[in-house]
Design a protein around this ligand. Structure first.
Ligand code: DC
Length: 205
């Protein structure tokens, strides 16, 4: 079984994907980490995230087995990831890894922006997770504070709105709900309630 979870930044899709994977004993891939790893390798080498040739080369050389999730989840890495993820060459370089990950039996839970539309269009279950921008900004700010970063929630909201716009308007695999995806709005749901709602969607399939 393949479960595809898509949605905008800080919608709760990562937490949900992790919990669903544990519940159904499936492997989990947070595909945002792939784009973040490309971005981080450029930042670490002192290159601009907009340097397409270097970004495509970095995408071909990433090693998911050695990811440092804490470092990849940093705020500035997320910003740079939003830039490199708009590049068709970067997306093409990361495509096979994601499809191959999903194809290994007994399946997997993948979360990202284009899982239900591009990476796993035949996924058995597709969920598009959303929440109001204000709620998402609050969640992202607490997550970053939990990682030791000091952030201003109003700035986080501005960045989330800008990133949503960039992810939705890019021509390469834009963020959008697949026609056969279930919409799950977590604005007024806590983690457990969102998880229970997602399980009901999976079971209904
Ligand atoms: O979900 P996240 O914040 O870790 O994602 C970081 C960036 O990567 C975000 O701007 C969108 C992009 N991304 C993408 O384009 N496609 C995916 N499948 C996952 C993430």
């Amino acid at each position: 079984m393949i479960i595809a979870i898509d949605g905008p930044a800080a919608s709760g899709k990562g937490t949900l994907a992790k919990k669903l994977a544990a519940h159904y004993r499936l492997r989990h891939l947070d595909t945002g980490l792939l784009y973040r790893a490309v971005a981080k390798s450029l930042l670490d080498a002192g290159h601009a995230p907009a340097d397409e040739a270097r970004a495509v080369a970095a995408a071909g050389a990433i090693d998911p087995a050695g990811f440092d999730e804490n470092a990849l989840k940093r705020y500035e890495v997320g910003e740079a990831a939003s830039v490199v993820s708009a590049m068709p060459g970067v997306r093409a370089a990361l495509f096979n890894f994601q499809q191959e990950f999903a194809a290994v039996p007994p399946g997997a839970v993948l979360d990202g922006r284009d899982i239900g539309t591009v990476i796993c269009p035949n996924a058995e279950v597709k969920i598009f997770v959303t929440a109001s921008p204000e709620i998402r900004a609050g969640r992202r700010a607490s997550e970053l504070r939990g990682r030791g970063e000091s952030v201003d929630e109003a700035d986080v909201l501005t960045d989330i709105l800008r990133r949503d716009e960039r992810d939705r308007s890019r021509s390469a695999a834009p963020l959008k709900q697949a026609p056969d995806a279930h919409l799950l709005d977590t604005t007024s749901l806590n983690i457990e309630a969102a998880f229970q709602a997602a399980v009901r969607l999976v079971e209904s399939r």
